[in-house]
Design a protein. Sequence first.
Length: 228
Amino acid sequence: MAKSPAADHAKLLQKCTLFAALDEKGRGELAMHAHARSFAAGESICRLGDRGDTMMAVAVGTVRVSLPTAKGKELILADLPPGELLGEIALLDGRPRSANATALTNCELIILERREVLPFLERNPAACLKLMEMLCGRIRRSDERMYDIAFFDLPVRLAKTLLHCVRQSEGAMKLSLSQHELAEMAGGTRENVNRCLRDWQRQGILDLKDRWTIILKLDALNDLVKST
């Protein structure tokens, strides 16, 4: 017998940190109201100011969250891998979306409606507390980012960005991010990021080859961050 869509959704929800805290019955209840949606790489998922009546769990792929700047560029806030949530802020407060979300790769998202999630959270304090914990973690990361931009120069911010990308890619020392993307993540210009990377290449800290950034001396980046 083929599995029902709800059973598939429950299995996908289990990959999400928030819903992994629930028992099988709780995930099943929530999955009954969920639906899946696929997005192609580069496709917009939601835009700043859109109506925020859904919360989404990343089941497959990576979602980029960003903010437009006054100069028409994008400030990259996060790249969300499978298991992460997006849209939870607008869902909870009922206000418009606070950022853009774009499929960085081909993605599959599990969509949950506000009218279903809020009553569920009221009945499941463990899930409610876990969601609060996740939101607090994001606020802390946002505060750290603002502190870095205010008080640290670009080399330190760029080193932190590269170290974060290595952690997100589970220790991979070869990163496919463009210099434009690194500039948007580190809060700098592409020209200054290029200058910094070329300087590190001359020092043997990393190598730049065929649009890849290859970290050769991770300790050197760690020492730069720790010296601040």
